[in-house]
Design a protein around this ligand. Structure first.
Ligand code: VGL
Ligand code: ZN
Length: 184
């Protein structure tokens, strides 16, 4: 039984100044950098869209594969990442969940590596963090969401809060970064 940290979409385009910049999206980076060393295994996801994605009928063009906007926030300790997932790579789907990664089957990876617990942080609370956390629960993963290491798009002002309620009600455990124990 192993535990991993999953860093969802901490990419330039979701940070202030980016194409789909989220309020305080960059403020979570120091918090993530602080907890990263508690984990033996660190996994990231990146939104990685083709230019002609149907996704851009709903959203401003963001995180186009290979662009600066799709890169990790420059302060994120990305050298600590053991596995990088990309998602949203098809032009016909949104690819919100890390379980929709296209470079490998994340569900198979977790099973093969006996990872039974995930701590999830990153961007955005109301889309990719939420969809990933709910899929993790569906896959039988013990799922923690780090509440001070996420930020919401808030298309509607309460979307982030409602997303947290939904994650909690569907079995995710909400935790603050300082309450994560040292030996995982
Ligand atoms: C995301 C909106 C559009 C996310 C991705 O990473 O949460 N949100 N694409
Ligand atoms: Zn996207």
């Amino acid at each position: 039984m192993k535990t991993a940290l999953l860093i969802v979409d901490v990419q330039n385009d979701f940070c202030p100044g980016g194409a789909l910049g989220v309020k305080d999206g960059d403020k979570i980076v120091p918090t993530i950098n602080k907890i990263i060393k508690k984990f033996d295994l660190v996994i990231s996801s990146q939104d990685w869209h083709p230019e002609d994605s149907v996704h851009f009928e709903k959203w401003p063009v963001h995180c186009v594969a290979g662009t600066k906007g799709a890169e990790f926030h420059p302060d994120l300790k990305s050298e600590k990442i053991d596995l990088k997932l990309i998602k949203g790579t098809d032009n016909k789907d949104d690819g919100y969940s890390a379980f929709e990664a296209t470079n490998l089957s994340f569900a198979n990876y977790l099973e093969e590596n006996e990872i039974t617990t995930l701590y999830i942080c990153g961007l955005t609370t109301d889309y990719c963090v939420k969809e990933t956390a709910l899929d993790a629960v569906k896959n039988g993963i013990h799922t923690f969401v780090i509440t001070d290491a996420i930020a919401a798009v808030n298309v509607q002002p309460c979307d982030g809060k409602e997303a947290l309620n939904e994650m909690y009600s569907k079995g995710c455990i909400l935790i603050e970064s300082e309450d994560i124990s040292d030996v995982l």
